[in-house]
Design a protein around this ligand. Structure first.
Ligand code: NAI
Ligand code: CS2
Length: 489
């Protein structure tokens, strides 16, 4: 194993960025770019205060105990790894519910940070569900208990939108400029969707505050890309074999990309020299990545997991699944894209398969399968609406939707339990309980979920029939037969 080591910059710096969602991706992506920036520029002004709003208080406290330094293991392949020490997270806070059932241990400190004029950017990786938006319409879920609680108690918020509203309300009341809100989650138009959540929630509190947010607060969009699987015991043991005992370490691929809309009224790091691409319009980059990379990931997640396959690299080693991805990318997703200038689509698609082949990452399909109701609209379904308007057949998309419907029943094709982790899991289970013995009724019930499936697809008899046919073939004949129906059509 060839190991390249990169120590962190020697000093701790000032906090100018607050991050919501101290997860694996934040530690392996945004924090790494800022470490590179700090190393190159010597400017330590752009340090991060990173907070978890729910779960994993151990990571918050573990990082504090480790002096807020951790490592990122960037695997080019199973023989080459770069161990990068990161020091740009200067503080970690926790505002979730603790073991005693109390909420908001560090809420006052976090709001103070966010209200301080030292803070010029707030970034987020709280997962697609963390914005409490209807996945199809983008409307705020005002009936969600967490949002309802923030509406009732706006000064002690528990959600990401609630925190943003309270912090912006404080900055407005003190006559300060706002901060720029930079969403780093896998959502289409992620800045606009984040603005949507914040403005809708602010309007429940104070119409003038909502108007101020609309007029004064920047919500640039960004496309983020780095495959960062959840750490497994195998990953931790492998790092220990390299002599790295770091409970907060993360492992990821070497590839990384960050494309950001140039809209930072309160300033930003000059991070272009560190690989960040600043553009006027992120949409072509974001749509290409969400539909090609993430759309392929979700196909592997449901079809592979149903066949008992555990990881991405194992799934793409299956020739028929690889052929399905090529069919899906080139024939179903690519026609929906307005590619960034100069993009070689075949080269990009081939690079994705090469990244998926990286067997030094144990990227579990069940992690990707999580939150499908929040992911599939932007990964498959919005593009599918466009292709159906053009009269195109979408056998791969139909098979993927059939596989998701089958997956959320909670067991694979052999009867083994699979993990269903989704905000709509109860509704999915109810559909199976009501219609599990009647595939036609079951498919119709799922297609009728208009907060997931665009109504145009549900009303499309040919598409619905294709989903039903795929569902029946998958269940009655298995994965190979279902795939054959697509890749050999
Ligand atoms: P993770 O599981 O390590 O972290 C998830 C973070 O989201 C945690 O901080 C958790 O507390 C927070 N969270 C979850 N639900 C929340 C809610 N309802 N409200 C507030 N916070 C909530 O996952 P990871 O890998 O950090 O991914 C997080 C997000 O980053 C993804 O959902 C995706 O949008 C984005 N991303 C992830 C990539 C990856 O390969 N892991 C790559 C590109 C983007
Ligand atoms: C994955 C993404 O878990 C998932 O849904 O598809 O986290 C994927 O690893 C990243 O978007 C890659 O940039």
């Amino acid at each position: 194993m060839s190991i390249t080591r990169y120590p962190a910059a020697p000093r701790h710096g000032a906090v100018s960025i607050v991050h919501l969602g101290l997860g694996a991706f934040h530690r392996a992506h945004q924090a790494v770019y800022l470490e590179r920036y700090r190393q190159r520029s010597g400017d330590d002004a752009w340090g991060i205060c990173s907070a978890n709003l729910r779960g994993n208080v151990g990571l918050v406290d573990g990082l504090a105990a480790a002096g807020h330094r951790y490592h990122v293991a960037e695997y080019t392949d199973s023989e080459n790894v770069a161990l990068r020490e990161i020091g740009t997270i200067e503080e970690t806070l926790f505002t979730g519910r603790d073991a005693d059932g109390q909420w908001g241990r560090d809420l006052a400190a976090l709001l103070e940070r966010m209200a301080s004029t030292e803070t010029r950017i707030v970034t987020l990786t709280v997962t697609e569900k963390g914005y409490f938006l209807n996945p199809a319409s983008g409307e705020l879920l005002i009936d969600d208990p967490m949002i309802a609680a923030d509406i009732a108690s706006p000064t002690t918020p528990r959600t990401a939108p609630g925190l943003l509203v309270e912090a912006l309300a404080r900055r407005r009341a003190q006559g300060s400029e706002p901060f720029t809100v930079l969403c780093c989650d896998n959502m289409p138009d992620n800045g606009k969707r984040t603005r949507n959540a914040v403005v809708q929630l602010a309007a429940r509190r104070d119409a003038e505050l909502a108007a101020w947010v609309e007029a004064q607060v920047a919500f640039p969009c960004s496309m983020v890309d780095r495959i960062v699987p959840a750490m497994t015991e195998h990953d931790v043991a492998r790092l220990a074999e390299l002599g790295l005992a770091d409970a907060q370490a993360v492992a990821c691929e070497a590839f990384s990309q960050w494309v950001i809309e140039e809209h930072f009224p309160q300033g930003r790091p000059d991070w272009e020299a560190d690989g960040v691409e600043m553009v006027d319009d992120v949409a072509p980059f974001e749509t290409m990545k969400l539909r090609l990379l993430n759309g392929s990931h979700s196909l592997l997640a449901y079809l592979g997991a149903l066949d008992g396959i555990a990881t991405v690299s194992e799934a793409v080693a299956c020739d028929d699944l690889r052929a399905l991805l090529n069919h899906y990318m080139h024939r179903e997703a690519a026609p929906t894209l307005s590619l960034p200038a100069g993009t070689d689509l075949s080269g990009y698609a081939a690079s994705l398969l090469a990244r998926f082949d990286n067997d030094s990452l144990q990227h579990r399909l069940q992690q990707i399968a999580m939150d499908g109701s929040q992911k599939l609209p932007q990964r498959w379904l919005q593009g599918a609406v466009l292709r159906r308007q053009a009269g195109a057949a979408l056998p791969a998309t139909a098979l993927g939707l059939a596989a998701w419907i089958r997956y959320v029943a909670g067991h694979d094709l052999y009867g083994n339990r699979v993990e269903v982790n989704d905000p709509l899991a109860a509704r999915c289970a109810d559909c199976h309980a009501r219609h599990g013995d009647d595939p036609a009724a079951l498919v119709d019930a799922f297609l009728a979920m208009d907060d997931v499936v665009p109504p145009a697809l549900a009303a499309d008899a040919d598409f619905s029939a294709a989903v039903l046919s795929a569902y029946r073939r998958l269940n009655d004949e298995g994965l190979a037969a279902a795939l054959a129906g697509v890749i050999h059509d």
